[in-house]
Write a protein that binds this ligand. Structure first.
Ligand SMILES: C[S@@+](CC[C@H](N)C(=O)[O-])C[C@H]1O[C@@H](n2cnc3c(N)ncnc32)[C@H](O)[C@@H]1O
Length: 259
């Protein structure tokens, strides 16, 4: 791929492009985390969230024109692919673009899903012209609101999914028993969002999912919650025969503020 300034970018075997401007990006997320996430995603744990987000996008569309969506911090791509499939079922075409700073995540995304454009890129320096996207998704990922302001079209929406207090509470209760981390608050994330975008709506989504015993290990492997937990507590979760987990999110929907 050659840009108008004659810079050349290789298209990788799986079809993604690395558009990081300088060297490699750094992310604590490695291949194993994304593989664990893929297993958990394939088991459908996030599907009700995808249905809700697709509905929000779809509800905004008055006409049948193609919907452009950027998933910023898309990881291994499952959320974007599933949301795209949901929208396509409603007979809407989508132009879906997923970016992540992790080459491992994007490589797994591109290998699995060919309907979207996948790029290794930094959300702080996105390789796209301004006002290119009607929807920007930021799902359980860091955000860069000045870049989002630049990239979103005038009537576009930013949809940010943040964990709610009860998200994976079964793990949190064991990992962080007796510490301040036992109770999670999304207060600061929500106020930060509100400073940059006009908050139109906040939707709470909460459900419980059954967990097959083969999924306990990938569940522990996919979540940063386990990064701060001791070996003993991780072992305790593995032994406790966890059968259900709580999924709880806040979905913040914001539009470009004109001031
Ligand atoms: C908690 S994971 C969420 C991934 C995906 N949205 C999901 O829910 O499975 C956070 C993601 O943000 C990505 N990330 C962190 N900093 C980034 C940056 N500056 N630019 C792009 N992606 C970034 C990480 O590589 C990781 O994939």
């Amino acid at each position: 791929m050659i840009c108008s300034d004659q810079h050349c970018f290789d298209i990788a075997k799986h079809g993604y492009v690395n558009l990081l401007s300088r060297g490699g990006g750094s992310s604590k997320y490695d291949k194993k985390i994304f593989q664990s996430r893929r297993l958990i995603n394939n088991a459908g744990l996030y599907n009700p969230l995808h249905v809700a987000v697709s509905q929000m996008i779809w509800n905004q569309q008055a006409s049948n024109e193609c919907i452009s969506i950027l998933d910023a911090g898309c990881g291994e791509g499952y959320h974007l692919n599933n949301i795209q499939l949901e929208i396509n079922q409603k007979k809407h075409n989508t132009l879906a673009v997923g970016i992540d700073i992790s080459k491992e995540g994007i490589s797994i995304a591109a290998a699995g899903y060919s309907n979207a454009i996948w790029c290794v890129a930094d959300i702080a320096n996105c390789p796209f012209a301004g006002q290119q996207f009607q929807f920007i998704l930021s799902i359980l990922s860091p955000a860069n609101y000045s870049e989002f302001q630049r990239l979103i079209s005038d009537n576009g929406l930013v949809i940010k999914v943040v964990p709610d207090q009860d998200y994976l509470k079964e793990l949190r209760e064991i990992f962080y028993e007796g510490s301040h981390k036992q109770v999670y608050s999304n207060f600061h994330t929500t106020s930060h969002f509100n400073e940059h975008f006009k908050l139109l709506e906040v939707e709470s989504i909460r459900y419980q999912v059954n967990l097959h015993k083969t999924l306990v290990e990938p569940l522990l492997g996919m979540t940063p919650l386990s990064w701060g937990a001791s070996k003993e507590r991780i072992e305790k979760v593995l032994q406790m025969n966890l059968k259900q987990v709580t999924m709880a999110f806040k979905v913040l929907i914001g539009k470009k503020s004109t001031t």
